[in-house]
Design a protein around this ligand. Structure first.
Ligand code: SAM
Length: 267
């Protein structure tokens, strides 16, 4: 989309707001443009087209194609839904929001939207880290990451923590036959002490925080593994990459006071 609207987007120097603010801005600006133009007497369909251009231009400023898609889709989808459901009472909309909020409380939205770990995404990891005794999937969603971790380490003690009550409940169902445990809670609040490997599939903005927590709480020799998103400014021990797969970034916090460096002995 940034290719479709390069000039419109380039003219908008927006601050880097935390997600999902850019999506809410794109949706809100689309509707604000529509409302202003209709109030000024423009035919609603023409106002809708202008609203769409405004929303797309703002969506193009988001980082990553998934976020651009979410930001771009909000205005046209909500316009379509409102058009289709013009006869419905307004409280229906509040009712529709409840399952969304149960699946996706706002804190989880800010930290990472729900995208599951693909099958085989962690292939090759065990050869680099050896066999950890205790493993945590921090933000375990529906448990896809737990299943991949179990495939790698059949004997390990595997746990997941998930903020969304609905996702945590569903993850428990998936985790039970795998012999993994799932807790409902905040991944930042609970300690990572005692884990030999913490796996995260979060988002770029949270990686610095994850690294700080890992450095503070993980024992020397333990691992922080991130699917897709690297820790900014920190050299990984290794990175699994290849065509058709998401990068797996592998970090090993140094003993407190030591500098992070590439290479080393692993464990
Ligand atoms: C991209 S999904 C990854 C799910 C799972 N780890 C996997 O790879 O299949 C990120 C998950 O982290 C959860 N999450 C985000 N912030 C969280 C927090 N502060 N505490 C616990 N879970 C959180 C979200 O609800 C979402 O389910």
């Amino acid at each position: 989309m940034s290719k479709l609207l390069p000039h419109a987007a380039a003219g908008l120097a927006l601050p880097r707001w935390p997600w999902p603010a850019p999506a809410l801005l794109a949706w809100g600006a689309g509707w604000a443009a529509w409302w202003l133009l209709v109030a000024a007497g423009l035919p609603p369909l023409l106002a809708l087209a202008v609203g769409l251009v405004v929303a797309l231009a703002l969506a193009a400023r988001c980082t990553g194609w998934r976020r651009r898609l979410i930001a771009a889709a909000g205005f046209p989808l909500s316009a379509l839904a409102l058009g289709l459901a013009a006869g419905l009472p307004s409280w229906i909309w509040l009712l529709l929001l409840l399952p969304l909020l149960a699946a996706y409380p706002l804190r989880a939205w800010r930290d990472a939207p729900f995208f599951p770990t693909p099958v085989a995404a962690l292939d090759g990891l065990a050869a680099l880290t050896g066999t950890p005794r205790r493993v945590l999937d921090a933000g375990c969603g529906l448990g896809h990451g737990l299943a991949e971790l179990r495939r790698l380490w059949p004997e390990a003690e595997i746990e997941g923590i998930e903020w969304s009550p609905l996702l945590a409940g569903l993850a428990r169902l998936r985790a039970a036959p795998l012999g993994a445990r799932v807790r409902r809670g905040d991944l930042w609040a609970g300690s990572w002490q005692g884990f030999d490997l913490v796996y995260v599939f979060q988002r770029p903005e949270t990686m610095a925080r994850a690294w700080a927590k890992a450095e503070h709480e993980l024992a020397p020799g333990a691992w922080l593994v991130s699917l897709e998103f690297a820790v900014p400014g920190v050299a990984p021990k290794a990175c699994l990459q290849g065509p058709g797969r998401r990068a797996v970034w592998i970090y090993q916090p140094a003993a407190p006071g030591a500098a992070s460096m590439v290479g080393g002995n692993g464990r």
